[in-house]
Design a protein around this ligand. Structure first.
Ligand SMILES: [Zn+2]
Length: 58
């Protein structure tokens, strides 16, 4: 019997953040569902929210 991915030492199902390439919204990826909730575009699997992102919001 095979266990699911949640093995010891594995990563927890924490929320991941991705910026949508299509609409630019930043969204939360839940349960590896890489789809933008705003425009239904597919989100990039790779991290694309850099620490020095050029956003100028107050
Ligand atoms: Zn989007």
């Amino acid at each position: 019997m095979k266990a699911e991915v949640a093995g010891p030492g594995g990563f927890s199902p924490e929320f991941l953040f991705r910026r949508c390439d299509a609409c630019g919204e930043q969204s939360v990826v839940k349960e590896r569902w890489f789809v933008c909730p705003f425009c239904d575009a597919e989100l990039p699997r790779a991290w694309n929210v850099s620490a020095r992102r050029p956003v100028e919001v107050a």
